[in-house]
Design a protein. Structure first.
Length: 265
C-alpha cells in the first residue's frame, strides 16, 4: 500500500472487468464517517459509469473488520450537531441503500460487519463471508436505531420473527448462522475470501453484462410490485438488452460452437 493510499478512506482498483473497492480505515475497523460514505458513493458511481467494469467486489482493509458500523468517536464528537439534523439530513450524510447501479456487487466480508457495515453488505447482491466474520445490529445497545435501511431491508429478506430477533436483541452472530438464515452465500476461510469472491465474479463475466443489468433491475424493482404487474412490466434494462447485439449473440455463438463476444456498452 502506498503512502497516498493510507490517506484514502476508500481504495479502488480494476482488473479484467472486476472493480475491487476497499473500505480503508483499518485502524478504526473501517468505521463509517461522512468522508468514507462520500468516497464509497463516488466509487460506486465510477463502477456504474465505467463500461469496462462489469462486476464489483466490496471488502474491508485489514484483518479485523469489513466495517464495524458508524464511527462512534466521530458521532460522540459531533453529537449536538447530529441531534439538530433532520432524519432526511442524517440519511443524506450516511445512507446509501442500493448503490444506484444495476451491475452486480459482491460483498467479501472479512471480519466484523456490524450496524451500518451490515447495511452496506446487505445492500450488495451476494455476500461471501470469512469464517471469522461477525454480523449484527448492536445499535439498540448504544441508544441508537438501525434506521438507515436495516429495519426495512431485513424484514424483507428474512422471516419477520427472525429479523425482529436480530434487530431487537442487538446480538452478534457468526458467518455460519448468516448462511443458515439465508443472507450469506458462502463461508470460506479468511485466506480464501477474495479468491472465492473473484471466482463468483468470474462466473458473472461469462454472462452478457447487459443481461446481468436487466436481471438485477427486474429482481429489485419487481420485488416491490404485485406479481402480475412485475410480470407485465417492460423494464428499461431489459428493453436495452432486446435492442443490443447481446440479445442475438448468445444463440449465434452457441450455434457456431464458440464463446460469445459480449458488448460491454
Amino acid at each position: 500500500m502506498s503512502s497516498d493510499d493510507l490517506n484514502q478512506p476508500v481504495l479502488y482498483s480494476e482488473t479484467g472487468g472486476v472493480a475491487t473497492i476497499t473500505l480503508n480505515r483499518p485502524d478504526s475497523l473501517n468505521a463509517i464517517t461522512p468522508s468514507l460514505w462520500q468516497a464509497l458513493d463516488e466509487a460506486m458511481e465510477r463502477v456504474r459509469d465505467d463500461s469496462s467494469v462489469r462486476v464489483a467486489i466490496l471488502t474491508g482493509a485489514g484483518d479485523s473488520a469489513f466495517c464495524a458500523g458508524a464511527d462512534l468517536k466521530w458521532r460522540s464528537e459531533n453529537a449536538e450537531r447530529l441531534r439538530t439534523e433532520s432524519t432526511r439530513e442524517l440519511r443524506a450524510r450516511f445512507v446509501m441503500p442500493d448503490f444506484d447501479l444495476w451491475k452486480p456487487v459482491i460483498a467479501a466480508v472479512n471480519g466484523h460487519c456490524l450496524g451500518g457495515g451490515f447495511e452496506i453488505a446487505m445492500a450488495c447482491d451476494l455476500i461471501v463471508a470469512a469464517d471469522t466474520a461477525i454480523f449484527g445490529y448492536p445499535e439498540p445497545r448504544r441508544g441508537l436505531v438501525a434506521d438507515g435501511t436495516a429495519v426495512h431491508r431485513l424484514v424483507r429478506e428474512l422471516p419477520r420473527k427472525l429479523a425482529m430477533e436480530i434487530l431487537l436483541s442487538g446480538r452478534t452472530f457468526g458467518a455460519e448462522e448468516g448462511r443458515s438464515l439465508g443472507f450469506v452465500n458462502q463461508v470460506v476461510s479468511k485466506s480464501d475470501l477474495m479468491t472465492a469472491a473473484n471466482a463468483i465474479a468470474d462466473e458473472m463475466l461469462k454472462c452478457s453484462p447487459q443481461a446481468l443489468r436487466a436481471t438485477k433491475q427486474m429482481v429489485v424493482q419487481g420485488a416491490e410490485m404485485p406479481f402480475q404487474q412485475a410480470f407485465e412490466t417492460e423494464f428499461s434494462e431489459f428493453l436495452k438488452l432486446k435492442n443490443s447485439q447481446d440479445f442475438v449473440e448468445g444463440a449465434r455463438a452457441f450455434t457456431e460452437k464458440r464463446e460469445p463476444k459480449w458488448n460491454d456498452a
